[in-house]
Design a protein. Structure first.
Length: 153
């Protein structure tokens, strides 16, 4: 799946994706609310090699609007990815997220949920590195131009 993010202004961007079958969609989004979170999702899902998150759902045929009506199984799998993205959100602000590994392990233990196999300290480091590379690429994109990302999931 190809993800395109066009920098339209300092406050908005156009997010689009194209699946391998040529289908997809495009939506203008407010950057402050969506951009960094979506890029972090991309990094987490790419490094996890999972289709259980936001981009995986789009790849499997969901639309942006249909993500609000997930079935219980989809919701549970996506919730784990959302918990990881939430715990690692500090990456988007340059904060130290080393505590996130223990935090999520403890949370999942209390919930009676097994930690995903991919969730290691090395995974967190790889997500941080990938995020830094992508945000550096984004910062170099001039207004009106598009950053293209290819999903490996």
């Amino acid at each position: 799946m190809i993800i395109k993010i066009q920098k339209t202004s300092s406050t908005h961007h156009i997010f689009s994706y194209i699946r391998k079958d040529g289908t997809g969609e495009e939506k203008e989004l407010e950057s402050k609310s969506f951009l960094l979170h979506d890029l972090l999702h991309f990094c987490v899902e790419s490094e996890a090699h999972t289709e259980d998150g936001f981009f995986g759902a789009l790849k499997k045929g969901r639309t942006l609007s249909s993500l609000r009506s997930l079935n219980e199984s989809e919701n549970k799998n996506m919730m784990v990815i959302e918990q990881i993205v939430g715990a690692l959100t500090g990456i988007t602000k340059g904060a130290d997220v080393s505590h996130s590994y223990e935090y999520l392990r403890d949370l999942w233990k209390v919930e009676g949920t097994d930690a995903p196999e991919f969730f290691t300290k090395d995974f967190i480091s790889r997500v941080e590195d990938m995020y830094r590379r992508i945000i550096g690429k984004w910062k170099s994109v001039p207004f009106g131009e598009t950053m293209v990302l290819e999903s490996n999931i």
